[in-house]
Design a protein around this ligand. Sequence first.
Ligand code: SME
Length: 193
Amino acid sequence: MDDSKERHVGGGTLIHQMDTVERAESAKAKYALYQQVCEQLQGLIGEESNLVANAANTSALLFQVLPDVNWVGFYLAEGDELVLGPFQGKPACVRIPFGKGVCGTAAAERKTIIVPDVDQFPGHIACDSVSRSEIVVPLLNWGRVLGVLDVDSASLNRFDEEDEEGLESVVSIFLSSHPTNDLPDLSEGAAEE
Ligand code: SME
C-alpha cells in the first residue's frame, strides 16, 4: 500500500501541533514580559503625575525591554493633530493630522491598530525607513483622545494580540498617573469651545 499520503498528513499534523505549542509558549512568555513591564512602570511612575516625564520613562522602558523594536514613542493630541512627544529611536515626523497614517487613524478611530506590513497600509507615514511592522494604541480618557503610543519593528508581522493586550495595559497605567482634570478636553466639539 502506498502510504505516502498518510506520512504527509502525519507530518503535517506534527508540524501543526508544534506550531500550536510554540504559539502558546510565545503567548505565555509575552504575557509574563508585559506583566513585568507593568510592574516596572508602576514603580517608575510612583506618585509622579507629570505627563512628559511619565511618557519619557514609559518609552525608555519599553525600548529597553521589548525585543525587536526600533522606535517607541508618544504623539500627543493638539487640536486636530498629533504632535511628536517623548520617544526613543530615530528622529520622527513632528505633526500627524487625525485620520492620517497609522497614528492618525488609531486616534480618529479610537482603537488599537496592528499593521503586520507597513507597505500594505494605505497612507502609512514612513519615519524610519527600516520599520516593517507597527502597533499604535490610542490614549483614551473618558472618550477624549489624549494621543497615541506608537511602537515600530524592523521585522514583518512583529505584533500580535498579546502585544495589543500588553501595551493597552501599559497605556492604562500611564494614563492612571494623570489627574483627569489635567487632561485637555479633545472630545468632539471641545476644540471650538
Ligand atoms: N508610521 C507612523 C508615523 C510615526 S513613525 O512610525 C514614528 C504612521 O504611519 O502614523
